[in-house]
Design a protein around this ligand. Structure first.
Ligand SMILES: Cc1cc2nc3c(=O)[nH]c(=O)nc-3n(C[C@H](O)[C@H](O)[C@H](O)COP(=O)(O)OP(=O)(O)OC[C@H]3O[C@@H](n4cnc5c(N)ncnc54)[C@H](O)[C@@H]3O)c2cc1C
Length: 425
């Protein structure tokens, strides 16, 4: 790891600056402690720690084993393990006796908050809006520089994807799943207000359940796939979430990787079986009590148009079996997926065309002209080169370990994945 000498005066300087303090960069900072020489700092635009707070629905569960925490898969003795969190916060016995099959999402958030506090290297309330290079990286927030760094680790996360037909200024009454709770705060909807949820994944299913909890009884759930598919959590599906498979995926020709990843998408983007069961059971029980099912399932529809008409949003849908149909509702909730957040890098750094994604190497570094001396790593934006695992929590610690090994140019962490019984083609 090399460090630069010429630095703009008066700014705090770090060996490594991590932009974003979500799970990806928390994992990096946790493993960097004691291994990466010089100061490591994380910057986050949020005022304090929070993990997808707008989607923290009651009862929501993590879709990943807690063993796959910030550090354990590569460094089980690290002080930032989930087990250490349980022990040092005094909840280990209560946690064990609760016998969770999948832990509450809220518990994972509490764990991240604990790790963030223990790290003590996070600068909250700093939105990094521009990063330029002048012998060192100069991090800017608004119109002022705030820090310099020799190396960068970008952990910017994702933001909701809005289909073209809803681009702002879209019809009134359309909201993101993230806005649902706030939307109804202080104005509880009547049971006969109508709502459509668009998006057949976990966020869509949770939005439907939230609307039911709010008392709505006229809900339509639209998904593009032919059915509301559960997440495949089987052993062969989980094989895609191990380092050996990531290596295999990287060895595939670039032109086949996208279709391979697309075929595996239900191992990541399907709905948790427990959520689907809850939804079907609530729908059934409300029909028992009230004589009418509150949720109509509408799979196999692609929403291609949206207009506002007399206080409702009218949706035009293309049907999988051919033809079109319309659905209208007072509220339309978008749960239509997420895309990587925009890079705050000065355009000349990477020389990319607008909207173009940078090339991400096997070690998660970005190709750029001073990449030999000043490294830029990117977390959670390498699905096309590293496979379906990349946007997930499963191999967070492995990805951070690969980055640290590359940054220090030696094998600080050994990544062992033996006993592979599958020969992928
Ligand atoms: C509701 C929900 C539940 C999920 N549950 C699971 C699960 O159970 N299992 C699983 O494997 N995956 C899950 N995922 C997918 C994924 O693992 C998470 O989105 C995860 O949080 C990604 O981590 P991250 O650190 O890359 O991004 P994020 O958690 O999004 O963190 C990025 C951080 O960067 C900050 N930031 C961004 N840009 C800037 C900037 N320019 N300057 C300063 N700060 C910035 C943001 O404020 C944010 O705090 C879930 C996703 C969602 C939305």
């Amino acid at each position: 790891m090399s460090t630069s000498t010429s630095r703009p005066a008066g700014l705090p300087h770090f060996a490594v600056a991590g932009i974003g303090a979500g799970p990806a960069n928390l994992s990096f900072a946790a493993l960097a402690e004691g291994t990466v020489p010089g100061a490591v700092a994380l910057f986050d635009r949020r005022g304090s720690h929070a993990w997808h707070p707008e989607l923290m629905h009651p009862g929501a569960r993590l879709q990943t084993s807690w063993v796959k925490d910030l550090v354990t898969l590569v460094d089980p003795r690290n002080r930032f393990s989930f087990l250490n969190y349980l022990v040092t916060t005094g909840r280990i016995y209560a946690f064990l006796n609760a016998q969770f099959e999948a832990i509450p999402r809220l518990e994972y958030d509490r764990y991240l908050a604990w790790a963030s506090g223990e790290l003590g290297t996070i600068r909250y309330g700093v939105d990094i809006t521009a990063i330029s290079f002048d012998g060192v990286f100069v991090l800017g927030s608004g119109d002022r520089p705030v820090a310099t760094a020799d190396h960068l680790v970008l952990g910017l996360g994702t933001r909701p994807y809005v289909p073209d037909c809803f681009e702002l200024p879209g019809p009134h009454g359309v909201l993101l799943a993230e806005e649902l709770t706030g939307h109804f705060t202080g104005c509880r909807p009547g049971p006969h207000e109508t709502a459509v949820v668009i998006g057949g994944g976990q966020t869509g299913a949770e939005a439907v359940l939230s609307l039911l909890r709010l008392g709505l009884r006229e809900i339509r759930w639209i998904g593009r796939r032919p059915w509301f598919a559960p997440m495949d959590d089987s052993p062969p599906a989980n094989d895609f979430y191990r380092p050996a498979y990531v290596r295999h995926f990287q060895s595939l020709p670039a032109h086949v990787r996208d279709s391979v990843a697309t075929n595996q998408i239900l191992t990541s983007d399907g709905v948790s079986m427990a959520t689907l069961q809850e939804l079907y059971q609530v729908n059934y029980e409300i029909r028992l009590a009230e004589g009418r099912s509150p949720v109509m399932m509408l799979p196999g529809r692609d929403v291609v148009g949206a207009v506002e008409r007399q206080g409702s949003v009218v949706l035009r849908c293309r049907r999988l079996g051919g033809g079109q149909e319309q659905h209208s509702a007072r509220h339309v909730v978008l749960a239509t997926g997420r895309r990587p957040a925009p890079l705050p890098l000065d355009p000349e750094l990477l020389d990319l065309a607008p909207g173009e994604e940078p090339v991400i190497e096997a070690d998660y570094s970005l190709r750029w002209k001073h990449g030999d001396t000043n490294r830029i790593f990117a977390q959670n934006r390498a699905q096309s080169s590293h496979g379906v695992v990349d946007p997930n929590l499963s191999l967070l610690s492995v990805r951070s370990a690969v980055i640290i090994n590359s940054l220090l140019d030696r094998s600080v962490f050994s990544i062992r994945d033996e006993q592979v019984h599958t020969l992928w083609a």
